[in-house]
Write a protein that binds this ligand. Structure first.
Ligand SMILES: [Zn+2]
Length: 270
């Protein structure tokens, strides 16, 4: 599932590829995404010009020339690919946006967990209901310290809660907790202030490094040019069950919480 680094990589490629472009025509071939597309979706988008391409957490928010926002969440398998109009459609190309210059932007989503909406900025912000951006100064030790007090949840659950911090999912939560030397299943209320500070620092470091490597491609993720990322080659714990820890050679463990796998080193992480 795309997390902040993958969505940021898509955002950067789309900024290069479709910034300033006219949206000439919108063809909805399959409106049934996680929520069905609004009936006015295609009409609201057609004729608009792409003015900006932003990101909030794992959402892309594309600014249109009438002040409205086109919100996109890639779900589990969503891809936005820019190609020439002549290129044959692929299976699961659910939305085809014809650009003014004979190219198209196609939304492909095998599992259809993606989400799209068009609306006013305030309305869209409410719809997302997100916490702070992890790469801004708002995500500080003081902020996280406040969030981890008096909760019965695990550290990993708090970090993956989009209402606390927007953009961290299963992969990067495992990776950042390894660097912060904190076990994912630890109760957040037991964290010391020093450990909280390490988590904040590790979150920013891991996300920046992953963006620099254009995200992680483990199943379907590709950027706007159809290129995969390479951060998966740098995973220290995620999907490394049984392999020796790079710091101490202890085999990496996998635990399942609420249907999601957590990976960690039982020696390095406490
Ligand atoms: Zn270790």
């Amino acid at each position: 599932m795309p997390e902040l680094p993958e969505v940021e990589t898509v955002r950067r490629s789309l900024e290069r590829l479709i910034g300033g472009c006219l949206i000439a025509e919108v063809n909805v071939r399959e409106p049934r995404l996680r929520k069905p597309l609004a009936p006015h979706f295609a009409a609201a988008l057609a004729g608009r010009i792409v003015q900006s391409i932003g990101r909030r957490g794992k959402y892309l928010n594309i600014g249109l020339d009438n002040g409205q926002i086109w919100l996109i969440h890639l779900g589990m398998t969503g891809q936005l690919i820019v190609s020439n109009l002549q290129e044959p459609l692929r299976k699961h190309d659910h939305i085809v946006v014809t650009l003014g210059d004979k190219r198209s932007l196609r939304y492909n989503d095998t599992r259809r967990f993606g989400l799209m909406a068009i609306g006013e900025e305030a309305e869209i912000e409410t719809l997302m209901g997100l916490g702070v951006e992890p790469l801004t100064a708002s995500f500080s030790t003081r902020y996280l310290w406040d969030k981890v007090q008096h909760t019965q949840r695990t550290v990993k659950d708090v970090l993956m809660d989009q209402r606390v911090v927007a953009g961290v999912g299963n992969i990067y939560a495992s990776e950042l907790l390894f660097r912060a030397k904190v076990q994912p299943g630890r109760l957040a209320g037991t964290l010391e202030q020093a450990a909280t500070a390490r988590i904040v620092k590790a979150t920013k470091a891991v996300l920046r490094e992953a963006i620099a490597h254009r995200g992680s491609s483990i199943s379907d993720y590709l950027d706007g040019e159809g290129q995969p990322g390479s951060f998966q080659q740098r995973f220290r714990v995620y999907d490394q069950e049984g392999k020796p820890c790079r710091s101490c050679a202890t085999p990496i463990l996998r635990e399942t919480h609420g249907g999601r796998s957590s990976f960690f080193c039982p020696t390095c992480q406490a």
